[in-house]
Design a protein. Structure first.
Length: 456
């Protein structure tokens, strides 16, 4: 993949009150994105919008919409579609993965903006820009994009280079039309059609909706750009989209064990390993609450603040789902923060925990997500995990590591009384997440039976 970088003058960032010296500049990693136009709001940011032009390229009308979005509190990343497609066509790989560049840039820009919470980006476009927005959804993982808005898609992406995705695709007169990957839609997708909407675009969306009914299709009498602005403003001002615990995912089920599972994700957010393990818990009768660490720890928390939140979650969800005991699971970043958090947790809450399962556990913890790539800097606010781990009951703890990991703390804990479990592979355990869930629940059942026998 071709890698490009842009320089954003600090004057754009000082509008946000970020205190760098005026002689500094900040670099953002843009991947294949061709010098995107980045607009920063004057006050606190409440959204990030990736605004894609149509086939005519970035226009004065796009500039005006970008300015209005900025004035409403959004960070805007503007993409000139013809330039972007030209770069993608030259990519030496067999296929292109677009969402990674969007996600990386979104995280870097939002860190620079100094917001207290990470918001998933909105992808929006009209005409051929709408085709790109819909095509991106074909390769989007969970918990990566917040919303897709597409106005008057033409029926296919005018890009010969194939996207990296398992989603079906077909060639049309407009380009390549992509379906979505198997399963639920990765994020909400809204389409709008003006009186000038091309018939192939309508047909493509109708085909998508036959399989993925959650996609909406709305008629509008406005011109395309005006319809896009109206839809964006309605989405960005929707109070129902701003919940207190936007980082929490509820997975209720009829409990077959007297246990609530709380799963803290890695720093990549709620996806892959942590999400699939939580889904397995739910299928096997364990109501589960997922904590998206990317969003929950976007700004720095203290162990005491994290413990207070965990206490609230334990008490709220054991009551809501009518269970008494707790299984705590953390992966990577989410595993590392647990020892200090539990050391600060009230004793009454700690007494309800039957098992603590640490996956991809290391010797250092950060209580703030660090976005790498800024001047090659590393996060300097880490704290050791093992001293706080030593304060916990080792008989309650599982520590999982892949035999190919070279920085796991688990091997250091042998003979400590902690249950050490190794698997093939590295930090992602060769992707066998069902097997991990099985071993976690087997340990839970064993510890629950022992506690019952001891009258606890």
């Amino acid at each position: 993949m071709i890698r490009l970088r842009i320089i954003v003058p600090l004057v754009a960032l000082t509008l946000l009150g970020i205190g760098f010296a005026a002689t500094h500049t900040k670099q953002f990693t843009t991947g294949s994105l061709p010098d995107p136009k980045i607009e920063m709001p004057k006050g606190p940011q409440n959204a990030l919008v990736v605004l894609i032009s149509d086939a005519q390229g970035w226009s004065d009308e796009d500039d005006r919409l970008s300015a209005r979005l900025k004035d409403s509190g959004s960070v805007v990343v503007g993409i000139d579609l013809p330039r972007y497609l030209a770069i993608l066509e030259k990519d030496p790989e067999d296929c292109v993965y677009l969402v990674g560049d969007i996600e990386e840039l979104s995280q870097e820009v939002q860190k620079a903006a100094g917001g207290s919470a990470y918001v998933l980006p909105v992808i929006a476009g009209s005409g051929e820009g709408a085709d790109l927005a819909l095509a991106m959804a074909a390769q989007t993982p969970d918990a990566t994009i917040g919303h897709t808005l597409a106005v008057d898609p033409t029926g296919g992406l005018p890009l010969k280079k194939i996207l990296c995705t398992d989603a079906p695709h077909r060639t049309t007169t407009a380009g390549i039309a992509y379906g979505l990957q198997t399963g639920p839609v990765p994020n909400p997708i809204d389409t709008l059609f003006t009186p000038a909407a091309p018939a192939p675009g309508r047909d493509h969306v109708a085909s998508l909706r036959e399989t993925w009914g959650a996609i909406t299709a709305t008629e509008t009498t406005q011109p395309a750009k005006a319809a896009l602005e109206t839809a964006l403003m309605a989405l960005l001002t929707d109070p129902s989209a701003k919940t207190k615990d936007a980082w929490a995912t509820e997975l209720p089920t009829t409990a077959t064990r007297d246990t609530l599972a709380i799963v803290y994700s890695g720093d990549g957010g709620w996806r892959d390993l942590d999400k699939e393990i939580a889904d397995e818990f739910q299928k096997r009768g364990v109501p589960t609450l997922g904590v998206d660490s990317l969003r929950a720890f976007w700004s720095r928390k203290t162990p005491e603040e994290t413990a207070k939140t965990l206490s609230r979650l334990i008490n709220t969800y054991t009551r809501r789902w009518q269970v008494n005991k707790v299984l705590l699971v953390g992966y990577s970043f989410g595993a590392d923060i647990l020892p200090a958090t539990l050391a600060a947790l009230p004793e009454a809450d700690r007494a309800r925990i039957t098992q603590i399962s640490l996956l991809g556990f290391s010797t250092e913890a950060n209580f703030e997500i660090s976005v790498t790539g800024w001047f090659g800097a590393k996060h300097g606010e880490s704290q050791p995990t093992l001293p706080d781990l030593a304060k916990l009951d080792p008989a309650q703890i599982q520590c999982f590591y892949g035999l190919e990991e070279d920085d796991s703390a688990c091997p250091k804990l042998k003979d400590s009384g902690i249950e050490i479990l190794s698997t093939t592979g590295g930090h992602h355990f060769d992707g066998d997440y069902k097997a991990l869930a099985t071993r976690i629940l087997a340990g839970l059942d064993r510890r629950a039976a022992l506690a019952e026998a001891e009258g606890k």
